[in-house]
Design a protein around this ligand. Sequence first.
Ligand SMILES: C[S@@+](CC[C@H](N)C(=O)[O-])C[C@H]1O[C@@H](n2cnc3c(N)ncnc32)[C@H](O)[C@@H]1O
Length: 219
Amino acid sequence: MPPLPSIETTADGSATLRSSLHGDTYHSLRGAVGEARYVFIEAAFACSVANPVRILEMGFGTGLNAWLTLSEAEITGRTVEYTAVELYPVPVEVAMRLNYTADARFMLLHTAPWNEWTEPAEGFRLRKFQGAMAGVLADCDFSAIFDLVYWDAFAPDTQPELWTAEIFARVWEATAPGGTLVTYSAKGDVRRALQAAGFTVERLPGALGKRHMLKAVKP
Ligand SMILES: C[S@@+](CC[C@H](N)C(=O)[O-])C[C@H]1O[C@@H](n2cnc3c(N)ncnc32)[C@H](O)[C@@H]1O
């Protein structure tokens, strides 16, 4: 088992984790909630008209993206089918110390069983796969089913294998026509890898003063 991640506080007061294995933080130190809301909710979830909206997340981690999606879906009256993949699940005792909400359903996201559909909140179905993203994409029949992909891997310099044209080609196959992938990274190599996989890629202003982020659409 990898050593436990440590908790850090970001500039907007929200917590993040630092991976003892990779050295990276799970979010921008400028604001975990601010970044997640901007990149995944405002640039993706809020722009999608699918209902139910079927989401694939690379890296469940703290559960923050799932939580913000659940909250936004509730406010906007949408239903969600959320598939998340995680190789190194955050232990429950660490998740309990994250300061995102006092709502007990946040912990239900963490305690939900792996590898099966559950419904931790009304209208929010969750399926978490424990394993490496490349293996899950290879093993599961995700043929053109996702409306949104939250690509939230550690940085390309830390985990280059999660930002290649080969893995994005698998993600492209899993994405529905018209579906969208968003990521906080705007690295040129990432943009080219997404384009090589078949996505049409747009650079958007990034979160919290970051210059750019990427939004990639499957035509
Ligand atoms: C940048 S963090 C983001 C996590 C999450 N989205 C969040 O908001 O907390 C990246 C996540 O990817 C996970 N991860 C690393 N390598 C992975 C792999 N090969 N397959 C699936 N998950 C992986 C890490 O354990 C970590 O939880």
